[in-house]
Structure formats: structure tokens, C-alpha cells
Design a protein around this ligand. Structure first.
Ligand SMILES: [Zn+2]
Length: 352
């Protein structure tokens, strides 16, 4: 990161902290979101010591310690409900203007949700919805961003593998200078910024090609420590303790990049896969990468869902029907989860 950019970021963070402290002292947060619902989005939860050594997708991992703090705060300040509760309360007009509500969600179905988030959710008797990509559950298959990300991260400690990586990316018009920058990079923060950039540019490529690329990268770089998704037994156990499961497609493909027939299949079949099992289901779908368009919304409605979550910030009310298929979610990034002040501020910013 350039020096100016670095200082600007520090200043911005401090301004946010001062502003959030002022709002907190003034008691401003107490009246926030009355009669409204905020939806929080998490992905992965790991104990601090487990990801201190670095992970290519650090921006989706919240520490278990901070996650517990977030839950403690939310439980005190909000009524935590499920999507089923939301639709019931909406229909029966049983919600209160004097109460504020929160829905907790996790995307993808990572195994760490079972090992580290679930015990906390159970301890605090908190409801949550996990959106799973059903084609990964209980298999050795890994998400392309995890496979490619970990291969790129490996390049930092093994610069001698640069040619190998360049060969893998041959068919993708990737700027080779980014790979060169990663080779031997010792600063994890800088490395993860480059990796995120590479993955971001790849997201618009064909999902089938990306999966192939991921396999090729991990094989030639000998990557064997990829994070996994949970299995159906773990899902069954969580479901018995009140966790709901919703669909996040079968293959985690970015839906607007697919043909309409393929997209429809992803939306319908993942729903069927979940509905056919004896688990608690959520009547809501989650768009991979938060990507959708009008066609995708129509297919999701046609499949029988009552709503769908996106990744745009905001809050909802029980009266509004217009955005049920674009439900806003607050993305809880690791540094937000780590600081109570930033966490409060992030929730505050989600005001309608
Ligand atoms: Zn996802």
C-alpha cells in the first residue's frame, strides 16, 4: 500500500471510531432500528490462533472471540429472529415498533461454522441461517477462490514456483506482473490485497473454467490443506439445535454469468436438495457473490422462495414488500467484528 493511502486509511478508521464513540455516549444507538430488521452476513469463524499464520481469504474470516462479542452485543440490543419468524410476524402483524430485530446469516457452509460458530450460537441460544452450496456438502470439492487463493498465497513462500503458476494461468488474460509481485512477498496484508484483486478479476470468467483452473493450481502447487465445507451429519445436528439452512445454489456459480437454464437449475435443484432432507429450512435464497439481475430474481420467485438475500447494506421493515428479493445484508468484515465501536457504527450505517 502506498504511504498516503495507508495514512488515509488510519485517519478514516480513527474518524469512524471517534464518531461512533460520540454517538454511543449520546445514547444515539438506543433508538436505532426500532421496528426494523437488520440482517448480518458472516462467512467463516476461526479461533484467532488458527488463522494467525495466514489465509488467502482472510477477509471472510472472523475470529471466534470477536464473534462471541458480537453475539453478546446483539443479544442485549436486538431481538434475534429467524427468516421464518420474520415472515410469520409480518403476516400476523405481531412485530413491535418498540423492538429492534436482527437476523444472523452465514454463507457457503464452511466446516468451521460447525466447530466454532455453532457452540457460541448454542451457548447464547441464538437463531441463525446458514446458506449452503449443496454440491460441496460432504465432499472434498473446494471453492475456486479457496483453491486459487491458497495456491497464490503459497507463491509468497515459494517464489521458485512462479513459472509453474504462470503456466496455470496461461489461458486467462491475467496481468503476469501480479503473480511476480506475489512471488516472495513477505507481508501478508499486501499479499492478501493482491490475491483479492486477482480473484475479483477472475469472477466474471466461466465458472467451469475457474473450477478447472483451481484444480490445476492446487495440483501443480501441491496444496493439500484447503478448508472444507460441512457434511450432512453436522448439518443435521445443527438443525436439531434450531439452526436453519437455506440454499446458496449447487455449485456456487455466479448466477448472472450462466445461461438462464443453468441458473434455473442451480436455484431449483439446491432448494430441492435441502427440502428433501429432514432439516430446518429457511424460505430464503442467497445469491452467490451477491450477484443477481431481474431474470435471476424472477427465477428465484418462480422456484417458490419468499425472499432472497443480497450483499447491499441497509435494513428492512415488516411492511415493505418491494425488496424481499433484494434483502440487504450487513457484511461483517474481520476488523469490524474485532471492534465494538466499529461494529456498532456499521450497524448504524445500515439505517434505511
Ligand atoms: Zn458464497
Amino acid at each position: 500500500m502506498k504511504t498516503d493511502e495507508f495514512y488515509f486509511k488510519i485517519i478514516k478508521q480513527n474518524v469512524k471510531k471517534i464518531l461512533s464513540s460520540t454517538l454511543s455516549i449520546a445514547g444515539f444507538y438506543k433508538h436505532l432500528h426500532m421496528g426494523e430488521v437488520i440482517i448480518l452476513m458472516y462467512h467463516r469463524v476461526l479461533p484467532k490462533k488458527q488463522f494467525a499464520s495466514g489465509n488467502s481469504q482472510a477477509n471472510i474470516i472472523v475470529s471466534a472471540e470477536s464473534f462471541e462479542e458480537n453475539i453478546r452485543y446483539l443479544k442485549k440490543q436486538y431481538k434475534i429472529i429467524s427468516f421464518n419468524d420474520f415472515f410469520d410476524m409480518k403476516k400476523q402483524h405481531t412485530w413491535s415498533k418498540k423492538e429492534r430485530y436482527a437476523i444472523l446469516t452465514f454463507d457457503d457452509g464452511w466446516e468451521d461454522n460447525y466447530y466454532f460458530a455453532f457452540p457460541i450460537l448454542k451457548r447464547y441460544h441464538v437463531k441463525a441461517t446458514i446458506f449452503i452450496a449443496t454440491g460441496y456438502i460432504g465432499t472434498d470439492r473446494h471453492f475456486f477462490f479457496e483453491g486459487i487463493g491458497e495456491s497464490l498465497l503459497n507463491l509468497c513462500s515459494h517464489p521458485e514456483k512462479l513459472t509453474l503458476m504462470k503456466d496455470c494461468f496461461q489461458e486467462f488474460d491475467l496481468n503476469a506482473s501480479q503473480l511476480k509481485l506475489l512471488a516472495g512477498e513477505s507481508n501478508l496484508y499486501r499479499a492478501s490485497r493482491i490475491i483479492n484483486g486477482v480473484i475479483h478479476t477472475l469472477k466474471t470468467k466461466s465458472p467451469h473454467l475457474l473450477e478447472q483452473l483451481s484444480k490445476q493450481c492446487t495440483t501443480s502447487m501441491h496444496i493439500s490443506h484447503l478448508s472444507r465445507t460441512m457434511n450432512w451429519e453436522q448439518i443435521g445436528e445443527m438443525s436439531n439445535s434450531g439452526i436453519d439452512f437455506g440454499a446458496h445454489t449447487i455449485n456456487h456459480y455466479i448466477l448472472p454469468e450462466l445461461s438462464l437454464t443453468e441458473a434455473e437449475n442451480e436455484i431449483n435443484m439446491s432448494k430441492k436438495d435441502i427440502d428433501n432432507r429432514s432439516i430446518n429450512t429457511a424460505p430464503v435464497f442467497s445469491y452467490p457473490n451477491g450477484s443477481y439481475n431481474n431474470d435471476i430474481i424472477n427465477l428465484t420467485k418462480k422456484a417458490g422462495y419468499k425472499g432472497a438475500v443480497a450483499v447491499n447494506p441497509g435494513s428492512i421493515t415488516f411492511m415493505n414488500d418491494s425488496s424481499l428479493f433484494e434483502l440487504p445484508r450487513i457484511n461483517i468484515l474481520p476488523h469490524i467484528a474485532d471492534s465494538k465501536k466499529l461494529f456498532q457504527f456499521k450497524l448504524f450505517k445500515a439505517k434505511v
